[in-house]
Design a protein around this ligand. Structure first.
Ligand code: SF4
Length: 480
């Protein structure tokens, strides 16, 4: 176990072959031993320890470089419960060190060429580039604030390559900006919006998707299609989104970073935009360990959801690919991300949501809301960080059909059903009907909370209940 970090090390990262000199190999061995012992360093070759409170985040089984996933808890990592969530530890230590502001900088995905190599050569080369001894001497003689700024800038330039240039600033769509989708126009105009999720079928036939689209059409403003939820293959979200468009209902295409490389994401979004799909929800995705075996590589994650948001926004607003090539025609996108009210703590999640919104997320659809007190606390934290003023939050609502379903739901990472609600279901003569009444009560309270701009139904295979919920909750669409 590393001396200063709390978890044990995960599997080794992929190391591409390098024809390194003896000196480079020697330095790499020294770095691996010293930083490994101190910080849990996994030799990603793209060091960002300064930003992560000196704990190597590459211990995370998802390889996340921008904060905790929606399944993180103070107790443990949801992928491997025998160890802590390394991102929780990073946030905790950053709070103690007073460096949480550093966690807002959007950090780049790995330059895989560098994985396994030592970082000192980069530091030395950059030191020479910026003036070597002369520059160091000047910085030492400068005022303390100037010296700190020069120090930060020096390492910023090393960890943020030209092709990324991530920062902690808020990036809004260029002004003037015409909404690109019906959902965007509603949310921007401050009208309460309703979306619902359809789980794509476990089949190649389109009938089921079309039937559900036609069922939901009069009751929702847009329909989400999940992307291999629970790491289980289904019909692609792109294909389902196109079927929805062809049948007159606007889609929200979900993309899980888990199943894509940076190249695949860019290609898929260009294709989606060309087909008329405008709303994209960027997710990191469940870990493959949640899916059925046999498992493929579980240790290689190319990008995370925040990096995906950053890439898509720049494709849209700056018209260039990640590799800086110019895009002749950028995609038209309304970019969204997930909100996780019940992961880690309100404070930490609010920080992570702020980072998503700064990177370019224009709307957040949250995980399932049952515990209203915690949801309110989460919204209050978002408000404190100015997130509510810059994005539209849609609360995730899932009706519970039975006591068994409630217990199963409680096992889902990032979902919490208060014991009092489970008790109500257990004592009810008709738990299904009781579950619907509970759902209506939650909607009634949620829709009045400041900052909530819409409801997002996730009926998990029970899409047929959405029309009743919309009607009884008084959420009918004006066009219906
Ligand atoms: S809970 Fe999520 S963020 Fe935390 S270590 Fe596990 S996979 Fe990574």
């Amino acid at each position: 176990m590393p001396g200063f970090t709390p978890g044990r090390r995960w599997q080794p990262a992929y190391y591409p072959f390098h024809n390194d000199s003896i000196m480079e190999r020697f330095l790499a061995a020294v770095e691996r031993t010293s930083k490994g012992l101190l910080f849990g360093c996994r030799m990603c070759g793209n060091c960002m320890l300064q930003e992560t409170a000196f704990i190597c985040s590459m211990e995370c089984p998802k390889g996340l470089r921008n904060g905790p996933c929606g399944g993180s808890t103070p107790e443990h990592c949801y992928v491997d419960e025998s160890r802590p969530c390394i991102w929780y530890k990073i946030y905790e230590r950053a709070e103690k060190l007073g460096t949480t502001h550093k966690l807002l900088e959007v950090l780049p995905p790995l330059d895989w060429d560098k994985v396994g190599t030592e970082i000192w050569k980069d530091v030395l080369n950059h030191w020479n580039e910026v003036g070597g001894l002369d520059a160091t001497w000047r910085a030492l003689k400068a005022a303390p604030e100037e010296r700190d700024r020069a120090w930060e800038q020096f390492f910023y330039e090393i960890r943020q390559p030209d092709w990324w240039q991530g920062d902690a600033k808020a990036h809004l769509p260029p002004q003037p900006h015409e909404p690109v989708s019906h959902l965007e126009s509603l949310l921007v105009a401050g009208q309460f919006a309703v979306t619902a999720e359809i789980a794509p079928p476990l089949a190649a036939a389109p009938d089921d998707v079309i039937k559900k689209v036609n069922l939901l059409k009069p009751f929702v403003d847009a329909v989400n299609f999940t992307d291999n939820p629970s790491a289980t293959p289904r019909m692609s979200s792109l294909a389902c989104s196109l079927l929805a468009l062809q049948n007159g209902l606007e889609p929200v295409m979900q993309i899980a970073a888990r199943d894509r490389t940076r190249m695949g994401v860019q290609a898929e979004v260009l294709g989606a935009s060309a087909l008329g799909i405008r709303n994209i929800l960027c997710l990191t995705g469940d870990h493959p360990r949640l899916g059925p075996p046999p498992h493929g590589r579980m240790d290689v994650w190319d990008i995370d959801s925040i990096q995906m948001v950053w890439i898509l926004r720049r494709m849209r607003d700056d018209c260039h690919f990640l590799d800086e090539r110019e895009l002749k025609c950028g995609p038209s996108l309304f970019i969204g991300a997930a909100g996780s009210p019940y992961a880690s703590t309100d404070r930490f999640q609010a920080l992570r949501e702020e980072k998503k919104v700064n990177a370019g997320a224009q709307f957040l659809q949250t995980n399932l809301v049952y515990d209203l007190d915690r949801f309110e606390a989460y919204l209050a934290e978002l408000d404190k960080r100015g997130v509510l003023a810059r994005t539209s939050v849609m609360a995730g609502i899932t009706p519970v059909r039975s006591v068994k379903a409630a217990h199963a739901m409680n096992e889902v990472p990032g979902v919490t059903i208060p014991p009092a609600l489970i008790k109500r279901l257990e004592n009810a003569s008709d738990p299904k009907e009781e579950g619907l009444q509970i759902t209506l009560e939650i909607i009634e309270r949620v829709k009045r909370l400041p900052g909530v701009k819409g409801i997002h139904f996730m009926a998990v295979g029970w899409e047929s209940i959405v029309p009743r919920l919309v009607t009884e909750a008084g959420l009918q669409r004006p066009s219906a």
